[in-house]
Design a protein around this ligand. Structure first.
Ligand SMILES: Cc1cc2nc3c(=O)[nH]c(=O)nc-3n(C[C@H](O)[C@H](O)[C@H](O)COP(=O)(O)OP(=O)(O)OC[C@H]3O[C@@H](n4cnc5c(N)ncnc54)[C@H](O)[C@@H]3O)c2cc1C
Length: 422
C-alpha cells in the first residue's frame, strides 16, 4: 500500500505518524512545496524577531523521518490525476498512490483591493512570506497592516519589534471583537496602543496606492484617510486551499468537502486540517483552522486511511495565542451567546490580566484567560465533565499555573465571582 500525503504541516505529519504506528509496512511519502521538513508555523514570528532560529521551529530532527521510514519529497504538486491515481509535480517525476491525503492548509484572503498585487504588499502565512518580509522590511519606516485577527497583531508586533512604525487598520469597532468579548477586546486595544502601535478601529482598506514604480506607496481607507507607507500587510483571515481539489473535480465548498471519516467524494482521496470542510449534516459544516485541530484531524484521518471506522467529533474548543505580551487561552463556548449563558468576569486592577467563566444554570461551558496561564487539562475537564459553577469556583486554584499570582489574587477572584453570582 502506498500512501501519499500532500502537505507536511501539523495535519500531514500527524496523519503520517499515525499511519506509521498502525501500518509498519506501508509506504508513505509526504510532499511539500514549502519546506523539506515539518516546522511550527505559529513560530514564524519568532524567527523574524530573533527569538528562535528556523532550526528551533522543527520539532523533529531531520533523521527522524528516515528512522520512521517516511519518505520526504520537496516539490509542488500541480495536478491530481484521479483516473490513474498519481500526482503530477512541478519539475519532478509523478508520484503514484493507492490512497492520498490532502493536507494542503489555507491561503491568506485577498478581497480584490486595488493595488493588492503591488510589490511590498504581502501576507504572512509561510516561509516564502517570511523571506519576502525580510526583503520588504529593509530600511522600512512605516507599515500598514489591515485585518484585525491573530496574524495581523503578530505581523504588527514583528515589524514594531524592528522599529518600524505600524498603523493597524481594524474594520471592527474593537480588536478581534467577533471572537473576544468586549472587555477582553478592549484590553487588547489598550495594550496595542500602549505599545505605540497606531491602532485605527472602524477603519477599512479601500485601495493600495502605487508609488509610481510598481511598489506600494500608501493606502486609502474607506473613510478617506490617506496613509503613506512602504509595506502593506494583508491579514484579513485565511481560506482553505482548494485549488488542487478543484482542478481534479473533487467536490469543494468553502473548503474541500469530506465526511466525518475525512473521505472526499473521490475514491481513496482523503482530506484533513485547515483545507477540509467537514459535512456535518447540520445547519453549518465544520471548518477548523488552528494548530490543535490540525493535529487531531490529521491523527483521525490517518486512522481512517488505515481502515479504522472514524466519525470525527470536535473536542472541546481550545485556542491560545499571544497579543504582544499578553497571553490568551480560551476553552469551550465563549462569546457565542449560548441560550441561558451567564458570564463572570474578573480583571486585574492594572488591566493586564482577566478571567471569564461562562456558565449556564447547570454547568460551566467556557473559560477565557488573559494574561494568566491556566492548566489546559483542568479547564477542559471542567467543561467536558459539565462541572457546575460552584464546583469550579471552589476549585479555581487547581487550574492555575502560577501559585505566586494565585496566592495574591485567589481570594479576590473568588470573591468577585461569588458577588457576581448573587
Ligand atoms: C502566522 C501564523 C500564525 C499562527 N499561529 C497559530 C497559533 O498561535 N495557534 C494556532 O492554533 N494556530 C495558529 N496558526 C494556524 C495554524 O498554523 C494552522 O491551523 C495549521 O498550520 C494548519 O495546519 P495544516 O497542516 O492543515 O496546513 P499547513 O500548515 O498550511 O500546511 C500545508 C502544507 O501543504 C503544502 N502544500 C500546499 N499545497 C501544496 C502543493 N500544491 N504541493 C505541495 N505542497 C503543498 C504547503 O507547502 C504546506 O507545507 C497560525 C497560522 C499562521 C499562518
Amino acid at each position: 500500500m502506498k500512501i501519499a500525503i500532500i502537505g507536511n504541516g501539523i495535519t500531514g505529519v500527524s496523519a503520517a505518524l499515525r499511519i506509521r504506528e498502525l501500518k509498519p509496512d506501508w509506504d508513505i511519502v509526504m510532499i511539500s512545496g514549502e519546506s523539506d521538513f515539518h516546522y511550527s508555523r505559529p513560530a514564524l514570528m519568532y524567527i523574524y524577531m530573533g527569538h528562535m532560529s528556523y532550526r528551533d521551529t522543527k520539532p523533529y530532527e531531520n533523521g527522524f523521518w528516515r528512522d520512521k521510514r517516511i519518505e520526504i519529497l520537496r516539490g509542488w504538486v500541480t495536478e491530481i490525476d484521479t483516473k490513474n491515481s498519481r500526482l503530477l509535480l512541478h519539475k519532478k517525476d509523478p508520484v503514484n498512490f493507492d490512497k492520498l491525503l490532502l493536507a494542503v492548509g489555507s491561503k491568506p484572503n485577498k478581497f480584490g483591493w486595488p493595488g493588492q498585487d503591488l510589490k511590498g504588499v504581502q501576507g504572512l502565512y509561510d516561509l516564502m512570506d517570511l523571506r519576502e518580509l525580510y526583503e520588504n522590511s529593509k530600511g522600512l519606516k512605516h507599515a500598514v497592516i489591515t485585518g484585525g485577527g491573530l496574524i495581523g497583531i503578530e505581523l504588527a508586533e514583528m515589524l514594531h519589534s524592528r522599529g518600524v512604525h505600524v498603523t493597524f487598520l481594524v474594520r471592527e469597532k474593537s480588536y478581534w471583537n467577533r471572537i473576544l468579548p468586549n472587555e477582553e477586546s478592549s484590553m487588547v486595544n489598550r495594550i496595542i496602543e500602549k505599545e505605540g502601535i497606531d491602532l485605527r478601529l472602524n477603519t477599512e482598506l479601500e485601495e493600495i496606492t502605487d508609488n509610481g514604480k510598481g511598489r506600494v506607496g500608501g493606502v486609502i481607507t474607506k473613510d478617506g484617510q490617506k496613509i503613506e507607507c512602504g509595506l502593506v500587510g494583508l491579514t484579513a483571515g485565511v481560506s482553505p486551499q482548494t485549488v488542487l481539489a478543484d482542478g481534479a473535480a473533487i467536490k469543494t465548498g468553502r473548503g474541500i468537502l469530506v465526511d466525518r471519516g475525512f473521505k472526499t467524494d473521490a475514491e481513496n482521496i482523503y482530506c484533513a486540517g485547515d483545507c477540509a470542510e467537514i459535512i456535518t449534516g447540520e445547519e453549518r459544516n465544520l471548518l477548523q483552522q488552528v494548530w490543535y485541530t490540525g493535529k487531531a484531524q490529521g491523527k483521525a484521518a490517518g486512522e481512517a486511511m488505515c481502515g479504522i471506522p472514524t466519525n470525527y467529533e470536535p473536542a472541546t474548543w481550545f485556542n491560545s495565542a499571544k497579543f504582544l505580551d499578553l497571553e490568551y487561552q480560551t476553552y469551550g463556548q465563549v462569546n457565542l451567546s449560548v441560550e441561558g449563558e451567564k458570564n463572570l468576569y474578573w480583571e486585574k486592577p492594572d488591566g493586564l490580566a482577566a478571567l471569564r467563566i461562562v456558565h449556564t444554570d447547570d454547568a460551566v461551558i467556557g473559560v477565557n484567560v488573559m494574561g494568566l496561564r491556566y492548566r489546559h487539562k483542568v479547564c477542559e475537564k471542567w467543561i467536558e465533565e459539565k462541572r457546575p459553577l460552584d464546583y469550579v469556583l471552589d476549585n479555581l486554584s487547581e487550574a492555575n499555573f502560577d501559585p505566586e499570582f494565585y496566592s495574591l489574587y485567589e481570594k479576590e477572584i473568588a470573591g468577585v465571582f461569588r458577588e457576581q453570582v448573587r
